[in-house]
Design a protein around this ligand. Structure first.
Ligand SMILES: C[S@@+](CC[C@H](N)C(=O)[O-])C[C@H]1O[C@@H](n2cnc3c(N)ncnc32)[C@H](O)[C@@H]1O
Length: 286
């Protein structure tokens, strides 16, 4: 959740310059805000209380399309006073080994989120662009996720935008994937219209948009290896749909995948991710 320094009544935290040396090693301070102090990590938003004021209190948080529940579990561990719910159409989340303040539910967003209007202080949804057709985004998904945010609560959406510096084989796979999505009525460029989708609900005025480069491949160190493994998992996941669409055999697909993995380091590939967040207001009635 992002910081809005213009929030009425919000006083910027006073940074205690006499923090002990251990705390100074963990954090870096710039212009009165606290940041992580890990040199090869590009994440550049503060981690102080102004950044996450409400989550330090007792918030109800929903993660839509939570998958294995990674985000919800990490957040639940960081914000013990808040309660987290993850919802996904496939019950691939843990039901037993998890923090007490996170619960998971099986559910299809298309049937409606099984919670009353305005039940959550913060609703988060990430990497869902291929899950819905453009008309589903416009007519169902946005209404549903906004419906369950409290007035004064926050909505945050995060999606992959573009691949930069792709090698030719990866480019081939990505174009085929785009073509397949378009044919099925899904918009591969949803990331570029999310701001508009949020604005069209008439519940958001000041929508913050931040982009981030996510390096893919060991050329970028550990973070690049994580990005690479994530993309490989996705490429394996879409193989059953994409290889017949491309009219190639399973072996040919594997060969293309292997070549694109080799290209990551050669071309220093990275993806751009985008996130949008905004505070919900009552709908304009005029
Ligand atoms: C690419 S994964 C993203 C998982 C998670 N948000 C993350 O950031 O790791 C997309 C998830 O959306 C879920 N999903 C797709 N369509 C859905 C629907 N109609 N209702 C609920 N979940 C859905 C899938 O089961 C999958 O777990």
């Amino acid at each position: 959740m992002g910081s809005q320094n213009s929030r009425p009544g919000k006083v910027l935290p006073v940074i205690n310059e006499s923090l002990d040396s251990e705390a100074h090693e963990q954090f870096r301070y710039l212009l009165g805000r606290r940041f992580h102090n890990v040199s090869d990590i590009t994440y550049d938003l503060p981690n102080d209380e102004d950044e996450t004021p409400q989550l330090e209190e007792r918030c109800n948080v929903l993660d839509v399309g939570c998958g294995p529940g990674t985000w919800a579990i990490e957040m639940a561990m960081n914000y013990e006073k808040s309660s987290f719910i993850g919802i996904d159409i496939s019950p691939i989340f843990p039901m037993e080994i998890k923090p007490n303040n996170v619960n998971f539910e099986e559910g299809n967003i298309m049937d409606g989120i099984p919670h009353p209007d305005e039940s959550f202080d913060f609703v988060h949804m990430r990497y869902m662009f291929p899950s819905f057709t453009q008309s589903q985004w416009e007519e169902i998904v946005m209404n549903e996720i906004v419906r369950v945010v409290k007035i004064g609560g926050w909505l945050e959406l995060c999606e992959y935008e573009l691949c930069q510096d792709c090698g030719p084989v990866l480019e081939n796979l990505l174009s085929a994937r785009r073509e397949m999505l378009i044919k099925e009525g899904r918009n591969p460029d949803v990331a570029q219209i999310i701001g508009k989708l949020m604005r069209d609900t008439q519940h958001f005025d000041d929508i913050c948009h931040k982009t981030k480069e996510v390096p893919i491949g060991s050329w970028a160190g550990k973070i690049g290896e994580v990005g690479r493994d994530n993309i490989i998992t996705r490429m394996i996941g879409i193989k059953p749909a994409l290889s017949p669409f491309m009219n190639i055999s399973s072996e040919q697909y594997d060969e293309m995948m292997q070549k694109s993995i080799e290209e990551f380091n050669e071309y220093k590939t990275f993806f751009i991710t985008s996130r949008w967040y905004a505070k919900k207001k009552a709908k304009n009635t005029t």
